[in-house]
Design a protein around this ligand. Structure first.
Ligand code: ADP
Length: 494
């Protein structure tokens, strides 16, 4: 990695940010702004428009007009594909600059951010761009004398509401298929991770996205997010975030125009280690990364470790060694394995879980505290809590911090019961050399993805979505198109 370039970008002045609406850079309608605080040092480094409901409405109106007049969906597939491929190239060409900008705002370690943010966004946009001219309709097997055609048509205006942990990766998971499908989009980034999304949207316009097709409105969920959710002009809501907000979006859809709502709501994903795992050292290494990278601020983080009792103590010891050896700190140091927690609020919430676990007598095996406080930034030591009970809040709720809750189990049946014993169902892992057991576990665990002898890394070719209170709908893979395309039947008498 170009450390000299990172050093110059880390303190480069960042001009006040502006919305991107109908191809124009705009301030909030009432001029209000808020400060963007870097979790690296707790200091403000630029300002962001505190969007109003009127801002959201003008972005939605622009998206509606752009959709209805066909300036994007009416372009031939080849032309749209060219624009999106050019956009992906430009994101890739500016990847380091974009990654550093994002890290200054959200705190993810740069080694991960570079790959998982601009480079993954570019790959995602490219993947869906390449699919544009490969989406066929259908001819139904009708009786003679009729022709049944099934067209796939863009669903309309998409409202995308995005979290702060991986704004570009998750943003591209919505933008790629939505724009490739021919929809227009109004995207609201999280309050603490907007700059890099604004930057890639700007590159999208330079690459040839017509004005109004991709609009970014910054501000709070309660104002801008709610205005998008309540709009009569938005056809599809694509959301990643908390269950509490997901519930509000469903209510808003019910109150307004019954827009389709797709929710990706996080998890409390079980990582299940059997004594017959092929390599317990490898399992410990990958499991530590699976919970502690990006300081645990990962929706699919393996935050519940279930370990077969006979290897419990030895395995926890290995994990502790990894946790203690991890370099936690300055996210712009390429050697850092886990950067900053996104905000003071998120740090406080995470520490509250630890205080509660301590008061219940659970064992904080390592970590449990804030570190590097002298920097002013928001850092926390990788934390392992053992002896957790299945109904503890730390075993049931998403912490979204570098905190691993550990529980022993005796049998496969008990492991399945513990694994399925939360309201969530996003991700899971099983470590075993027993092929039959691996397949049994995959089928019995309630989750959108079950890893076997690994954790994380499922690429773009496969869908990601939750069951239960982890949500509905799928990001990634060609299945993601289902959210942004409507089926239309033409029934023709011949
Ligand atoms: P987190 O607690 O991880 O920040 P949220 O669900 O609060 O999760 O945030 C995810 C996204 O949802 C952010 O962009 C946030 O601004 C937005 N959001 C929060 N509250 C609302 C709401 N009432 N309506 C619409 N969007 C919201």
């Amino acid at each position: 990695m170009d450390t000299a370039r990172i050093a110059s970008l880390r303190s480069a002045p960042v001009p006040p940010a502006r919305h991107l609406i109908d191809g124009e850079h705009l301030d909030a309608s009432d001029g209000a702004t808020y400060q963007v605080i870097s979790p690296i040092d707790g200091k403000p480094f630029t300002t962001m428009p505190a969007g109003t409901a009127a801002d959201a409405q003008s972005a939605i109106a622009a998206a509606r007009t752009a959709f209805d007049d066909g300036r994007w969906r009416g372009m031939g597939p080849k032309a749209r594909k060219t624009v999106m491929l050019r956009w992906a190239d430009q994101i890739e060409a500016n990847a380091l600059e974009i990654a550093v900008l994002g890290v200054r705002e959200n705190g993810t370690e740069i080694a991960m951010a570079l790959k998982a943010e601009p480079l993954s966004a570019a790959a995602t946009i490219r993947y869906y761009a390449e699919a544009i001219d490969k989406l066929n309709g259908e001819i139904a097997p009708t009786e003679p004398g009729t022709l049944g055609l099934v067209h796939r048509e863009p669903a309309g205006v998409v409202g995308a509401i995005i979290p702060w942990n991986f704004p570009l990766m998750i943003g591209a998971w919505k933008l790629g298929p939505a724009l490739a499908a021919g929809c227009s989009v109004v995207l609201k980034p999280a309050e603490t991770a907007s700059l890099s999304l604004l930057r890639i949207a700007e590159l999208g316009h330079e690459a040839g996205l017509p004005p109004g097709v991709l609009n970014i409105v910054t501000g709070t969920g309660a104002v801008v997010g709610a205005a998008i959710a309540e709009s009569m002009q938005v056809d599809v809501l694509a959301f990643t975030g908390s269950g509490a907000t997901g519930r509000k979006l469903l209510e808003a859809a019910a109150r307004s125009n019954l827009k389709r709502v797709y929710l990706e709501l996080g998890g409390k994903s079980p990582n299940i280690v059997f004594a017959d795992a092929p390599d317990l050292d490898e399992a410990a290494k990958v499991s530590a990364a699976g919970i502690f990278r990006n300081s645990g601020q990962v929706c699919v983080a393996g935050s519940r470790l279930l370990v077969e009792r006979q290897v419990h103590d030895a395995f926890v010891e290995k994990l502790v060694a990894h946790a203690r050896a991890m370099k936690v700190g300055d996210p712009l140091d390429p050697e850092t394995a886990a950067g900053a927690i996104n905000s003071q609020r998120q740090l406080d919430q995470t520490l509250n879980f630890i205080t509660e676990a301590r008061s219940l007598g659970r064992k904080i095996v390592t970590g449990g505290n804030r570190i590097h406080e002298e920097t002013g930034g928001f850092y926390m030591a990788p934390t392992i809590v053992a002896g957790v009970e299945p109904n503890d809040r730390i075993a049931q709720q998403e912490v979204f911090g570098p905190v691993l809750a550990v529980m022993p189990f005796e049998t496969e049946e008990e492991a399945v019961a513990l694994a399925n014993g939360t309201d969530y169902g996003l991700a899971a892992a099983v470590w075993t050399a027993n092929l039959s057991r691996a397949h049994r576990m995959v089928r019995q665990i309630r989750a959108g993805v079950v890893h076997v002898n690994t954790y994380g890394g499922a690429d773009l070719t496969v869908p990601l979505g939750g069951v239960g209170q982890s949500g509905n709908g799928h990001d990634k893979s060609l299945h993601a198109f289902d959210k942004y395309l409507d089926l239309k039947t033409a029934w023709i008498k011949l």
